[in-house]
Design a protein around this ligand. Structure first.
Ligand code: NAP
Length: 252
C-alpha cells in the first residue's frame, strides 16, 4: 500500500515543533506541499520549510486572536491557490488550579478554548468554504485522549476544548460528506513534546510509561503516519472517526 499525497497542499497548524512538525515532515515525505503554521517559532518553522522543500513555506499567526485565523487561511490560499487538506494541530495545555481567582481561572479557560477550539472552528469554517468551491478536501483535527478519558483537575479547560473538537469534527463529517469533504480525529495520549515535558520533569518518565502498555513513550513520529494515511484518500469511508494513538493507556 502506497501512501501518496502528491499534488496535495496541506496546511498544518502548530507545525514549528512537536507533533505538528512531525506531521509536516511526514506529509512532505509523502509528496505534499506543506504550509507550516507557527505562532512564536518563526525560525523553527522557516528552517523546517527549508528541510522539507518542494514548496513548503512558513506562515505565522497567533491563534489566540480570532481574526488571525481568517488572515492565515487567506495568506496560505493566496500563496498556493488550491488547498486540499487542513490539520488543526496547534494547541495549549494551561495548568489552572480551581483555587485561582475566578478572573484568573476564566482567563486560562478563555485562552485554552480560543487556541484549541475556536481557532479550529474558524479554520475549519474557512476550509469548508474553500473545499466546497473546490469539490472536496480533508480535515484532520488533533484532539486528545483527554476528550474521552478526562484530564486532571488542573486541566478542565483542556479536556473540555478537546471534547468540543470531537463534536465539531463529527458534525463536519456528517454535514459535508456529500460535498466531498472528509473529517477525522486523531486522539494522542501522552506524547514526548515540550507540552509533555513539564509533566515528565515533575513526575519522571517512569511515571508516564507506567500508564501505557508499550515499553516506551509515544513520540511525535508515532502520530504523524496516521495523519498522512487519513489525508491520502485510503480511509475516506472512515470519515467522522477517531483514531486513538495512546499506547493502550485508554482503550475504549
Ligand atoms: N504532547 C502530548 O502529550 C499530547 C497529547 C494529546 C494531544 N496533544 C495535542 O497535540 C497537539 C500538538 O501538541 P504538542 O505536544 O506538539 O505541543 P507543543 O510541543 O507544545 O507545540 C504546540 C504547537 O502549537 C503552536 N501554538 C500554541 N499556541 C499557539 C498560538 N496561540 N498561536 C499559534 N500557534 C500556537 C506552537 O507554535 P509556536 O511554538 O510557534 O508558538 C507549537 O507549534 C496539541 O493540540 C495537543 O493538545 C498532545
Amino acid at each position: 500500500m502506497e501512501i501518496s499525497l502528491a499534488g496535495q497542499t496541506a496546511l498544518v497548524t502548530g507545525a514549528s515543533r512537536g507533533i505538528g512538525a512531525a506531521i509536516a515532515r511526514r506529509l512532505g515525505a509523502s509528496g505534499a506541499r506543506v504550509a507550516i503554521h507557527y505562532g512564536q517559532g518563526r525560525e523553527a518553522a522557516e528552517s523546517l520549510a527549508r528541510q522539507i522543500g518542494q514548496g513548503a513555506c512558513a506562515f505565522g499567526a497567533d491563534l489566540a486572536e480570532p481574526g488571525a485565523c481568517a488572515s492565515l487561511w487567506a495568506d496560505v490560499e493566496s500563496h498556493y491557490g488550491a488547498i486540499h487538506a487542513l490539520v488543526n494541530n496547534a494547541g495549549i495545555a494551561v495548568k489552572s488550579a480551581l483555587s485561582a481567582t475566578t478572573d484568573a481561572w476564566l482567563a486560562d479557560w478563555n485562552r485554552t478554548l480560543a487556541v484549541n477550539l475556536t481557532a479550529t472552528g474558524l479554520l475549519s469554517r474557512a476550509g469548508l468554504a474553500h473545499f466546497q468551491k473546490q469539490g472536496g478536501g480533508r480535515i484532520v483535527n488533533i484532539a486528545s485522549r483527554a476528550a474521552f478519558r478526562g484530564d486532571q483537575p488542573d486541566y478542565l479547560a483542556y479536556a473540555a476544548s478537546k471534547g468540543g473538537m470531537i463534536a465539531l469534527t463529527r458534525s463536519i463529517a456528517r454535514g459535508f460528506g456529500k460535498a466531498g469533504i472528509k473529517a477525522f480525529i486523531v486522539a494522542p495520549g501522552f506524547t514526548r513534546t515540550e507540552m509533555a515535558q513539564a509533566f515528565i520533569d515533575q513526575y519522571g518518565e517512569d511515571y508516564a510509561t507506567s500508564d501505557i502498555a508499550l515499553d516506551r513513550l509515544t513520540e511525535p513520529d508515532d502520530i504523524a503516519p496516521t495523519v498522512a494515511f487519513l489525508l491520502s484518500g485510503l480511509a475516506d469511508h472512515a470519515t467522522g472517526t477517531t483514531i486513538d494513538l495512546n499506547a493502550a493507556s485508554y482503550v475504549r
